[in-house]
Design a protein around this ligand. Structure first.
Ligand code: NAG
Ligand code: NAG
Ligand code: NAG
Ligand code: ZN
Length: 424
């Protein structure tokens, strides 16, 4: 091969790679290194059954609504609501009443191939409900009591059930989208159709024909329209990252911050070292090498003004090659350990929110109790002095006697004498 042929081959090679990238090669099935063992991982029907049996055993604490929110192919998005419902007037979603409890919305299963976050959700729900049967005062019971009496926990357990079904039937463990191949997490009305998404139906980041084209988005908008959430998290896997909004291309250019950015950063830093794993955290547009337009957590922060909104990538290891299942999910035999390792993140999250809310309520009911600043103290003192002086002057030169009042020159000396006289 002469040098010229070598250059040609190289160019051809680059063109082939480039073509693979733009044609969305990674949605196609790949040779997998390992596959899920369904006696450890839950399949779609096992997830539903598990949630049903937990709810049946905890009628006062877990409510299922498996019919209000469904996919394009009419599969349930497995929406559940956890709280202490004892003595609460609860019938159906339309009668959710405003309570002083924190409103938290967690979303799982937006991307079909990411099994792990859903297993983490099941672990959380089992943890909260099983704590209820421990003796009162034990750490398990106290934790469940604290969470369920302070928080209305809303969980979209399976945001994209059609995608998950497609994956299970075809054994294409690279499948990410909905039944029509749309990436649900690019289909929202926040910078929709920006560069951080694709108009190509074969691309794994295909955004769909228009914002909210996918019926699967209804659960998010429907809930966010009715309930004023304090926090939203969209859970994913593939790497250990905690993303703060925004992730879109325009925000990256303008360095845009969401409302409540400082608090979000504070909570993200706490979550980043809440487990034995180390999570990187920061603006999504800085942390991940690419931008993402039309995402759910950007929408919740930017449009719905949810004070805390994150995307959390729960797990990932060093990975190369085109295989998919191992990129997003641990081996079946490691699953339980991984899920247990992640779990303390929820405890830190809930504690932080409960304290944040309590501080807010304290501040509202008694603004002075929250360590008044020195400046405020001086301003207050100044006001008292001025009022005292005016009252004193008034006493000596009543307002009706304007002639005398005008003649008086108010020097510092006379002010102090007036003050002394008045107090005597
Ligand atoms: C799902 O997994 C269970 C075992 O947990 C199995 O009995 C069932 O047949 C599976 N369902 C499908 C549709 O694969
Ligand atoms: C649930 O998780 C919390 C936080 O990690 C823990 O303190 C508690 O003991 C767990 N409860 C049960 C029943 O395992
Ligand atoms: C749930 O609420 C009821 C009624 O307020 C209360 O008696 C019960 O102790 C609560 N349960 C838990 C676990 O907090
Ligand atoms: Zn994902």
């Amino acid at each position: 091969m002469n040098p010229k042929q070598g250059t040609m081959m190289r160019h051809l090679y680059i063109v082939v790679i480039w073509f693979d990238v733009i044609s969305g090669l990674d949605v196609k099935p790949q040779k997998e290194r390992y596959l899920p063992d369904y006696s450890k991982y839950h399949n779609l029907s096992a997830i539903e059954k598990e949630l049903q049996s937990i709810a049946n055993r905890n009628l006062n604490y877990v409510k299922l609504d498996f019919s209000s929110f469904t996919s394009r192919q009419r599969r349930s998005q497995l929406f559940i609501h956890l709280s202490n419902f004892t003595g609460r007037n609860f019938n159906q979603i339309s009668s959710y009443q405003e309570t002083p409890r924190l409103k938290v919305l967690l979303s799982y299963g937006e991307h079909a191939r990411e099994f792990l976050p859903i297993e983490s959700m099941l672990h959380l729900v089992k943890n909260l409900t099983s704590g209820l049967s421990y003796h009162s005062g034990t750490p398990q019971e106290l934790f469940s009591r604290k969470v369920l009496s302070n928080i209305d926990l809303y969980i979209i357990s399976m945001a994209n059930p059609d995608g998950r079904k497609h994956l299970e039937v075809t054994h294409n463990y690279c499948w990410r989208g909905t039944s029509t191949g749309v990436d649900l997490d690019r289909n929202f009305d926040w910078e929709f159709a920006g560069k951080g998404s694709s108009s190509n139906q074969n691309d794994e980041e295909y955004r769909g024909p228009e914002a909210f084209s996918e019926p699967e988005t209804n659960v998010f908008t429907g809930l966010a329209n009715r309930i004023k959430f304090d926090l939203f998290i969209s859970f994913h896997s593939g790497i250990k990252h905690i993303y703060i909004p925004f992730s879109d291309t325009k925000s990256k250019i303008s360095k845009r911050n969401p409302p409540n950015f400082e608090n979000m950063l504070d909570l993200a830093s706490i979550l980043s070292h809440s487990t034995q794993y180390v999570y990187k955290y920061g603006h999504s547009y800085d942390l991940s090498g690419y931008t993402a337009d039309g995402t759910i957590f950007d929408y919740m922060a930017g449009v719905k003004k949810v004070p805390f909104s994150f995307a959390v990538e729960l797990w990932g290891t060093n990975h190369n090659g085109p295989s998919c299942f191992d990129l997003f999910n641990p081996k079946s035999e490691d699953l339980h350990e991984v899920v247990k390792t992640i779990h303390p993140m929820y405890a830190k999250l809930f504690s932080y929110l409960i304290e944040w809310k309590e501080a807010k309520i304290r501040h509202l009911s008694d603004p002075l109790s929250d360590a008044p600043s020195l400046t405020f103290g001086y301003v207050l003192l100044g006001c008292i002095v001025i009022i005292t002086v005016i009252t004193a002057l008034h006493g000596r030169y009543p307002i009706c006697n304007r002639l005398y009042q005008r003649r008086r020159i108010v020097s510092l000396k006379s002010l102090s004498s007036t003050f002394t006289m008045y107090t005597k």
